[in-house]
Design a protein around this ligand. Structure first.
Ligand SMILES: Nc1nc2c(c(=O)[nH]1)N[C@H]1C(S)=C(S)[C@@H](COP(=O)(O)O)O[C@H]1N2
Ligand SMILES: [Mo]
Length: 183
C-alpha cells in the first residue's frame, strides 16, 4: 500500500429498502441506479455524464444499504455527499454515490461508464478480455505499529494493526517477519 488514508465514522440514514417498499418494484426489475448531481465531460467518450452507479436489487434491499443524511451525528459534510449519500456496505467506495439527485429502478443492466469503463478489473492488460466490475472489498490490512522503516531495539514489541474484509468476517491473523517466505 502507498500512502493510503483510512477513516472511520458513523453513517445514519434510511434503508434504500424502505424507499423501495414505499414506491413498490415492478416485476422484472433488475437494478437500482443512483445518480449524483456532479457531472463532467468524459474525454474518452466526448460526452457529458453525471456520476451514476447501479446495484442489483438483492444488494439494494440489504438493510445496511442506506441513503445517509448524517455522518458522525452531523449533516454530511458537502465534499462527502451533502445532503444525501448512498452507503453500500461491503463494496468499495465508488459504489457509495454522493450528492444524490435521482434513484431509478430499471429492468436491464446499467451500462454507465463509471461501472463499464472505470472501476473495472482488466485481468488482460492488452484488451477487455475477462473484464469484470469492482464490487466487494477484498481482505486487506494495515500495520499501525511499528511504523514503516521504524528502527526497533532488541526485546518485545507490540504489533498493532487493522484487518478488514467486505465479505464475511476476519477470523485469523497471521504475521510474517520474512515476507511470508517460511510461512
Ligand atoms: N456523486 C459522486 N459520488 C461518488 C464519486 C463521485 O465522483 N461522484 N466518487 C466515488 C468514489 S470513486 C469514491 S472513492 C468515494 C469517495 O468518497 P469520499 O469523498 O467521502 O472519500 O465517493 C464515491 N462516490
Ligand atoms: Mo475512488
Amino acid at each position: 500500500m502507498g500512502k493510503g488514508a483510512i477513516s472511520q465514522g458513523y453513517w445514519k440514514g434510511v434503508p434504500l429498502r424502505t424507499l423501495l417498499e414505499l414506491s413498490g418494484i415492478r416485476e422484472g426489475s433488475k437494478e437500482i441506479v443512483v445518480e449524483g448531481y456532479d457531472f463532467g465531460e468524459r474525454t474518452d467518450l466526448n460526452e457529458v455524464f453525471t456520476y451514476a452507479r447501479s446495484q442489483p436489487i438483492e444488494k439494494a434491499i440489504h438493510p445496511d444499504t442506506i441513503i445517509a443524511y448524517e455522518y458522525n451525528n452531523q449533516p454530511i459534510p458537502f465534499k462527502h455527499g451533502y445532503p444525501l449519500r448512498l452507503i453500500v456496505p461491503q463494496w468499495y467506495a465508488m459504489a457509495s454515490v454522493k450528492w444524490i439527485k435521482q434513484i431509478s429502478v430499471i429492468d436491464s443492466n446499467f451500462k454507465g461508464p463509471f461501472q463499464t469503463i472505470d472501476y473495472v478489473y482488466y485481468p488482460d492488460k492488452e484488451n477487455n478480455k475477462d473484464a469484470y466490475p469492482v464490487t466487494t472489498i477484498n481482505v486487506n490490512s494495515t500495520i499501525q505499529k511499528p511504523l514503516d522503516k521504524e528502527t526497533l531495539n532488541n526485546g518485545k514489541h507490540l504489533i498493532k494493526g487493522i484487518p478488514w474484509t467486505g465479505k464475511g468476517f476476519i477470523t485469523k491473523l497471521e504475521i510474517s517477519i520474512d515476507g511470508g517466505l517460511l510461512g
